[in-house]
Design a protein around this ligand. Structure first.
Ligand code: SF4
Length: 372
């Protein structure tokens, strides 16, 4: 683990989403609150799956022109979604709302097999931007169900990822959100075994507690070789635990419907920093939480753009900023094969996507919106 100074750009701006309603240049100091030290977590913000999905949707807009339909929010971040809406993306929660023949992208959270089939049936250009780490869980569910396993899936009822995964093998899967859900579960006795799968973005504490209970209850318990909680979830949570040890208060930037963001809040609190709050933008910073806090921690969920983090830092205007680096991430997920093929057909080659970040793509989105 290493600490390094954070470079802050002079002008903190974002091209996506609405401006914060704070008056220009206002800082927390104007409210009489001075932060001595800000510890900024690294890693934070965009993961490889979110990077891929955002870039993929911008390419869809470039290839097809607006309107492009997107089944579910491409990622769970308000400012990102609003930026895409402005550029001509129409988000739908029912695939039947996509007009026949219209281009449609399926979100990073993964879609039910029936949704994928229905999207294809409607005849337009369909690209599935599901994160490969969610696909891994879908495969586990499908293969264990085929082997006559009962599957316990730890997830949040109604979350897009959980809805999509549960639909992979509905006859075999049981959603649990808590240890008491698990304790009241009745499984078939003629099963081959019990598989324990999970939503990729859970809090590790939540997962661990249910895992321990499941181990006691089922002597035929099967676990995936590599756990379902993804690398981005794991790394951001490890980092926030370190923040919790050092900080008097922590801010987590991300949207209310972002599961991994909410998990960061709960992990920070469980790790001892009860003064932890989730904010979508500087306008939501609870000043009371920061009163008297000498050291404040800052992190961001996997769907939160860095530009929002920079806005928050600028508003906090701390005397000192330091980065708490836990691990370097270099994961990269290529664009979905169907999109790569379409790009090759259009441009004669697949553009070098590795060098282009989702932040770059969001800046281009501003151009697309402006040209519309
Ligand atoms: Fe994929 Fe994890 Fe990012 Fe979700 S949080 S999109 S599972 S890398």
């Amino acid at each position: 683990m290493s600490k390094s100074k954070v470079f802050l750009s002079d002008s903190v701006s974002t091209t996506e989403g609405p401006r914060v309603s704070l008056s220009s240049g206002a800082t927390l100091r104007d409210a009489g609150i001075e932060i001595e030290k800000l510890l900024v977590s690294n890693p934070r913000g965009f993961c490889a799956g979110v990077e891929m999905a955002i870039k993929a949707l911008v390419w869809m807009l470039r290839l097809c022109g607006p309107p492009v339909y997107c089944y579910h929010e491409i990622v769970h971040n308000r400012s990102v979604v609003q930026a895409f809406q402005k550029a001509g993306v129409v988000f739908v929660n029912d695939i039947a709302d996509v007009p026949d023949g219209a281009p449609v992208m399926l979100s990073a959270h993964g879609s039910a097999p029936q949704v994928v089939e229905e999207a294809e049936r409607r005849g337009g250009f369909v690209v599935d931007a599901v994160c490969p780490l969610v696909t891994k869980v879908h495969h586990e569910a499908k293969s264990r169900a085929a082997r006559n396993f009962e599957i316990i899936y730890i997830g949040h009822k109604g979350h897009d990822e959980a809805v999509g995964t549960m639909a992979v093998a509905p006859e075999a899967m049981h959603l649990v959100e808590s240890q008491s859900d698990l304790e009241s579960l009745k499984l078939r006795s003629d099963r081959e075994g019990v598989a324990l799968l999970a939503q990729t973005t859970l809090s590790h504490f939540e997962w661990q507690d249910i895992l321990e209970t499941a181990k006691k209850r089922y002597d035929d318990l099967w676990l995936p070789g590599r756990e379902d909680l993804c690398y981005a979830t794991t790394n951001r949570q490890k980092a926030v635990i370190e923040l919790a040890k050092r900080c008097d208060a922590i801010l987590v930037v991300g949207s209310a419907n972002s599961s991994n963001t909410n998990a960061l809040v709960s992990v920070a609190r469980s790790a001892g920093c009860s003064n932890t709050a989730r904010i979508d933008s500087p306008a939501e910073i609870p000043a009371d939480l920061l009163k008297g806090a000498a050291t404040v921690g800052l992190t961001a969920g996997a769907s939160c753009p860095e530009s929002l983090v920079e806005e928050v830092i600028a508003y906090l205007a701390p005397s000192e900023v330091e980065e708490l680096r836990i691990i370097d991430e270099d994961e990269y997920f290529p664009l979905p094969p169907k999109l790569r093929q379409a790009l090759e057909e259009r441009f004669g080659e697949v553009p070098d996507d590795r060098k282009r970040t989702a932040a770059d793509a969001l800046v281009e989105l501003g151009d697309i919106a402006g040209a519309d």
